[in-house]
Design a protein around this ligand. Structure first.
Ligand SMILES: C[S@@+](CC[C@H](N)C(=O)[O-])C[C@H]1O[C@@H](n2cnc3c(N)ncnc32)[C@H](O)[C@@H]1O
Length: 182
């Protein structure tokens, strides 16, 4: 996946990647192996996890083009500021071995739509939005009209799918990589 994204957008000092919901930083540090030069910003809602990211960055002497911030949305970033926004395993609720027909009391499409629409606005024209392991579809969000799907992947059976009305729907492959229209 990371190689596919790098081959699509390229790597360079002017390239800026966002790992949204970066947890303890695994995605950010993995991305550095694929993007040797790009700026990489990891954000997470959890101050504790961001502290762990920063500790690890100091321990491994990560380069200064890797940054971390505490945030619950992308509101603090300027529109069209990222070449790629990753949101992997952020919009899912645990591992649901048995999927309930509705799950509104734990997660709602409206919350997904609000945060994802914000992320979509931060992608530069021609840039990519990567959403993997989500309980909702980006195609159900109005902002999807500005994007073309580049890549599908098999859906993890423990990540059941709900529609815009929070109803369980049959699983299909997961659309994962979206390119913003130029
Ligand atoms: C399962 S981890 C995924 C980690 C990483 N993306 C990866 O693929 O390795 C989910 C992370 O998303 C974060 N998260 C959930 N909702 C968020 C939000 N609205 N804003 C920022 N971070 C969020 C959680 O705190 C958690 O660290």
């Amino acid at each position: 996946m990371f190689a596919f994204v790098r081959d699509s957008v390229g790597d360079g000092l002017a390239t800026h990647l966002l790992s949204f919901g970066c947890s303890t930083g695994e995605e950010v540090f993995s991305l550095r192996r694929y993007f040797a030069e790009s700026r990489i910003t990891g954000v997470d809602i959890s101050p504790h996890r961001i502290r762990q990211c920063r500790r690890r960055a100091r321990r491994i002497r990560a380069d200064p083009a890797i940054r971390f911030a505490v945030a619950a949305s992308a509101e603090g970033f300027a529109p069209q500021s990222f070449d790629v926004v990753f949101a992997n395993s952020v919009f899912k609720h645990g591992d649901l071995a048995i999927a309930p027909p509705r799950w509104d009391h734990r997660m709602r499409f409206g919350d997904f739509e609000r945060v994802v629409s914000d992320l979509a606005r931060r992608v530069k024209p021609g840039g990519l939005l990567v959403i993997r392991h989500a309980n909702f579809r980006f195609s159900d969000v109005a902002a999807a009209k500005d994007f073309t799907t580049l890549r599908h992947m098999p859906r993890d059976p423990k990540t059941p799918l709900y529609d815009f009305a929070n109803r369980l729907v049959p699983m299909s492959d997961e659309a994962v990589v979206f390119r913003r229209h130029a």
